[in-house]
Every structure is written in structure tokens, then in C-alpha cells.
Design a binder for this molecule. Structure first.
Ligand code: HEM
Length: 402
């Protein structure tokens, strides 16, 4: 497997540090909570808000040395309706019990419609989560650096398999229902983020690169949130994929609920696509920039298929598809080489594929057939990324030692 190490960072990065440092200066926050799912809020700049419920509780677990025991228990907690395992520290159990509740504003009808949208558009969603959201995350300086210097940076394939699990769970037919896993995945991820806030400031590498002492602010969370549903929806519109208004609203809702379960305050979660696009223009677009860490992470991602074919086919294909979805500027930032043959083939072939597929969906039984096919690919991808092991999101105990 390709290794992601400090040496690799130094050889791929070049002189990007200064550019990244300049670009991470975020503009002032002026988005109004009137546009949020709850229509009200204090309007505090989320740059200075983290997770005051989860952070102290998880920090105490880390400081007490209980992480291995807690992780052993977390491994057994899998489905939304499953009671929490006995034996968790009391304040952690109380936090998780509260954190697993769906918000009062949840609309189960919309979540059911989101399932239909996921079934109908599974292929495009899978492609955009990977090529638009996943690759874009490497051009978000705060995220790229946090991922690089945290424990997961030392085992990127494992890290990606866990993120892919969240992408898989949110699109599953029973995502937020009793037998589903999305609530569990989100609550565990919220705990991991709290752990990272406690651990990363202790990394000897962190002080030198970060322009924020404590990572993963609520603003950072919203930036990454926009790299997911907002970016995905923009791509689908750009590709002229027909989307019923009810489907678009339902897809947004599934991500509003996801944001809430990840510990994002309701006052920051946009109520509509208009509000989401306005907020993304304010928080996501201006911070996109290259960093040495992001270039190294992107390089690693492009190598993901190398175990299968030595990278001969997969690497240029993945690079060209990234260039096609994210555009020349981001692809150049990430130092993805131009692949004239592939670039042209994808530019012509992908829209043609979409047209054919859209024609196909009118055939009886085709949507179900597509879903089955997509599901096969998604499960296969997760199996490959996790190297056949069950995927378990667990608290880290340290940072990337490299
Ligand atoms: C961990 C998803 C925002 C940095 C994780 C994990 C998931 C996830 C599923 C668990 C994987 C693991 O344990 O390795 C998300 C989603 C986000 C989001 C859906 C927003 C909607 C952010 C942001 C940052 C960040 C904004 C940094 C600025 C990290 C780090 C880890 C992590 C450093 C731990 C990696 C490790 O050491 O294992 N995230 N994340 N995440 N996330 Fe996030």
C-alpha cells in the first residue's frame, strides 16, 4: 500500500506553505441564522465555536486512559435502535444518549424521499462524493492539515474506509431508521472529532502549520459539510441530471439531520438550497487553496487503485476525472498532471453516459437494476478500502507520529 509519510509530504509539497497560509484567512461571518433550519440563533461566528458538550467529556476519557476499554465497547454498538453498551463512563453515556436523538425538526417523509433519490441517483452520488467531495477535501487547508497530522494520517486507507462508511450509511435505505447505522456513525464521528480537538494541539507538528490552535471549529464543520451535499448538488446540476424539487429538498434534509447528529449547531445548518449556496459562497469557496499536506493526501488518493493495477490505468483515470469534476485550478493546485487522452475521453464520454443512463431509467425495472449494480460497487469499494475487515469508527489515542 502507498505510504503517507512526512518524507512523502516534503517531496510532493514544494513551496505551497505560504500560499495555503494566506488562503486560510477566512472572511468575516455574516450569514444570518434566520436562514437556518430553526430560523433563529445568536449568530456567533462559528470560527470560535467548537462542541462544548462533547469536547470536555471526550477529553476526560482520553486523559483517564480509558480509550481502549471505551473503543472495545463502541465496537459492539452498531445500529440506531441498539441500546448503548453497559460499562461506558457515565458522562460519556449521557452525552451519547442525548447525541443520538434525532432533532425535533426531523421530517420522516423527507428522509423516505431521500432514500428514493439515493436509489435513483446512486451512481452519480457515489462518483461525486468521491471525485468532488473527497478530492476537494484535500484543497481545504484546515481539513487537509487536521487529517494529515492526526492518527488517521498514518493509515490513510483505513481513514478513507471510515469516511466512505459515512457516505455509504447516509445513502442506505434504512439510514436513520431503527435498524440502520447512520445515527451510530454520526455520533461516533462526533466523538472522534472531539478527540482530535484534544489531541492535535499536542502534536509537535501542529503548532508550526496551523492557523487555529484547536481544530474542527463549527465553521470548519460547515466548510466540509458544503464540500459534501452542496458540492454534490452543484455537480449534478452542472451535469444536467434531472432532479425533482422534492428529491433535492429531501437530499438536503438528510444532510441537515446528518449535520445535527455530527454536533453542528442547528443555527448554522441552512434551511434551503438557496441558503446553502449563499453560505457556501461565504465559507467554502474563499478558503479553497493548496497546501503541502493536501497535495500529499491527493497524491495518496490517486494511488488508491495502485494495488490492483500498479496505477497504470487507475491513476491517470482518477486524476482526469478529478480534473473534470473540480476544474483546472484545483487539479493544478493538487499537482494532478494533465492526461490529454483521458481528459478528452471523460469530457465526451461522461455526458454521453449520463444521457444513456437517463434514457435507460424510463425502462421498467431499470432503477432497481441500477440500484443493485451500484450497491454491488459500493459494497465492493468499502470491502477493498477496509481490506476485508469490519469498519469500526473508534477514538484515536494519539496523532500521526511522522
Ligand atoms: C474523522 C466525517 C468534518 C477532520 C472523521 C470520521 C468521519 C468524518 C466519518 C471518522 C473516521 C476515522 O475515525 O478516521 C466528517 C464529516 C464532516 C467532517 C461528515 C463534516 C460534515 C471534519 C473537519 C475536519 C475533520 C471540518 C477538520 C478541519 C477529521 C479528523 C478525523 C476525522 C482529523 C480523525 C482522523 C483520525 O485520526 O482517525 N470525520 N468529518 N473532519 N475528521 Fe471528520
Amino acid at each position: 500500500m502507498a505510504e503517507l509519510s512526512r518524507r512523502r509530504l516534503l517531496t510532493t509539497g514544494g513551496a505551497l506553505g505560504a500560499v495555503g497560509a494566506l488562503a486560510t484567512a477566512a472572511p468575516a461571518w455574516s450569514w444570518s441564522p434566520l436562514g437556518s433550519v430553526v430560523g433563529s440563533g445568536a449568530g456567533t461566528d462559528p470560527r470560535w465555536v467548537w462542541d462544548d458538550e462533547a469536547d470536555p467529556v471526550v477529553a476526560a476519557v482520553l486523559d483517564s486512559g480509558d480509550v481502549p476499554a471505551v473503543n472495545a465497547l463502541l465496537r459492539t454498538w452498531k445500529t440506531n435502535d441498539q441500546p448503548l453498551p453497559a460499562g461506558l463512563p457515565a458522562d460519556l453515556r449521557d452525552l451519547m444518549e442525548k447525541a443520538r436523538q434525532l432533532p425535533a425538526w426531523v421530517d420522516r417523509g423527507k428522509l423516505a424521499t431521500a432514500v428514493r433519490f439515493n436509489q435513483l441517483r446512486g451512481t452519480y452520488l457515489g462518483v461525486t462524493y468521491g471525485f468532488a467531495s473527497g478530492m476537494m477535501s484535500t484543497a481545504i487547508p484546515h481539513e487537509a492539515r487536521a487529517v494529515y497530522y492526526s492518527a488517521g494520517g498514518a493509515d490513510m486507507k483505513d481513514r478513507i474506509s471510515k469516511t466512505a462508511k459515512l457516505g455509504y450509511d447516509v445513502g442506505s435505505p434504512n439510514a436513520f431508521q431503527p435498524g440502520g447505522q447512520m445515527v451510530v456513525t454520526c455520533v461516533k464521528t462526533r466523538l472522534v472529532h472531539a478527540a482530535v480537538r484534544h489531541l492535535l494541539p499536542q502534536s509537535p507538528h501542529w503548532e508550526g502549520v496551523a492557523d487555529e490552535r484547536v481544530p474542527i471549529s463549527q465553521r470548519d464543520l460547515m466548510v466540509t459539510w458544503h464540500s459534501l451535499p452542496t458540492t454534490v448538488m452543484k455537480q449534478l446540476r452542472r451535469w444536467r441530471v434531472p432532479i425533482a424539487p422534492a428529491h433535492a429538498a429531501a437530499f438536503l434534509h438528510s444532510w441537515q439531520v446528518t449535520g445535527h447528529l455530527l454536533g453542528i449547531r442547528d443555527e448554522y445548518l441552512p434551511a434551503t438550497w438557496t441558503e446553502a449556496n449563499a453560505q457556501a459562497a461565504q465559507v467554502l469557496d474563499p478558503v479553497l487553496a493548496p497546501t503541502e499536506e493536501g497535495v500529499a493526501l491527493a497524491d495518496f488518493l490517486l494511488d488508491l487503485g495502485a494495488e490492483v493495477d500498479g496505477g497504470t490505468f487507475t491513476r491517470p483515470f482518477l486524476g482526469a476525472f478529478t480534473r473534470y469534476t473540480l476544474g483546472d485550478q484545483i487539479a493544478d493546485w493538487l499537482q494532478i498532471p494533465r492526461e490529454p487522452g483521458w481528459d478528452q475521453a471523460i469530457k465526451v464520454g461522461w455526458p454521453a453516459f449520463i444521457r444513456m443512463r437517463e434514457l435507460g431509467t424510463i425502462l421498467p425495472g431499470a432503477p432497481q437494476l441500477y440500484w443493485t449494480f451500484d450497491e454491488f460497487i459500493r459494497r465492493g469499494a468499502l470491502f477493498y478500502l477496509a481490506e476485508g475487515h469490519p469498519i469500526s469508527i473508534e477514538l484515536p489515542t494519539g496523532n500521526n507520529p511522522d
